[in-house]
Design a binder for this molecule. Structure first.
Ligand code: ATP
Length: 257
């Protein structure tokens, strides 16, 4: 982490957050605090409310109950679907939020190109339209778009679920490196425990029915500086011995109410 959490206000605090869709409770009494620069992976069974929690944290959805305090200045968002504008080039897509922030054209262009460099997007790809890019390149453009605004916090909602294993690893490394270089904190939703322990300082586990947060486990070492073998053993240990992770195997979403 980049700063001593005891000397800085948390980047994000959810207190007693609850939410219901059409009268059906999906989150209840959620308590979560993220330190400045902390990358937390959020895991839990499908449909337990991870995306809802991130949307509430980001201010996209108003919670039915509770409070959200944001200590960060500016956040970016990256989703599973890159959500690029099909009629705009990669460069224009990356620059789009800068346009919304009212930056002049030249600065938009420079910052978009700098963000593209950070995600190793080939300069030749910047003039291409999304349909001309591979899935990995589209996702790089989506990450560059999130980074272009110079966020100090980023929400990732299963950004690499649709990518193949090798590409997924490269993209994880890219996020680890970007988070370290730009010192942003993050809430990273994933179904993949190995991805969670590679990327995050801490793994936060949702309760079976998303009624809250069941608990969290710190991951030893720093993202990017850990040995893969040790991470595999950590995940195996979580799944075999740690009651917090038991429901990841046990839950069948067809039985959830
Ligand atoms: N806009 C909405 N209106 C009504 N119900 C919703 C809405 N958004 C989500 N839900 C429901 O709320 C519950 C939690 O959804 P959410 O997407 O937050 O879960 P999740 O843990 O992110 O799921 P997944 O892992 O499958 O993406 C689900 O049952 C979902 O169907």
């Amino acid at each position: 982490m980049t700063q001593d959490p005891t000397h800085a206000a948390p980047s994000l605090t959810l207190s007693g957050v609850g939410h219901a869709y059409l009268g059906r409770t999906v989150l209840d009494a959620v308590e979560l605090t993220l330190a400045v620069g902390e990358v937390a992976a959020l895991v839990g069974p499908s449909g337990c409310g991870k995306s809802t929690l991130a949307h509430i944290a980001a201010g996209v959805v108003e919670p039915s109950r509770g409070r959200v305090a944001r200590g960060y200045r500016r956040h970016g968002m990256v989703f599973q679907d890159p959500r690029l504008l099909p009629w705009a080039t990669a460069r224009a897509n990356i620059a789009y939020p800068l346009r919304l922030h009212g930056l002049p054209r030249r600065e938009r262009r420079e910052r978009a190109e700098e963000a593209a460099r950070r995600v190793a997007l080939d300069p030749a790809d910047l003039d291409k339209f999304p349909i001309e890019l591979s899935g990995g390149m589209r996702q790089r453009a989506a990450i560059a778009r999130a980074l272009a605004i110079d966020p100090d916090f980023v929400y990732f909602d299963e950004p690499f679920t649709a990518l193949d294993v090798a590409l997924k690893r490269r993209m994880q490394d890219l996020v680890i490196e970007a988070a370290r270089a730009a010192r942003f904190g993050a809430l990273f939703i994933t179904h993949d425990l190995m991805e969670a322990v590679r990327i995050a300082h801490r793994v936060v586990v949702m309760d079976v029915h998303g009624r809250g947060i069941a608990g969290s486990r710190a991951v030893p070492g720093e993202p990017g500086g850990r040995d893969d073998g040790a991470l595999y053993r950590l995940v195996a240990g979580f799944l075999a011995d740690d009651p917090l992770f038991r429901h990841i195997h046990d839950v069948d979403e067809r039985r959830t109410p």
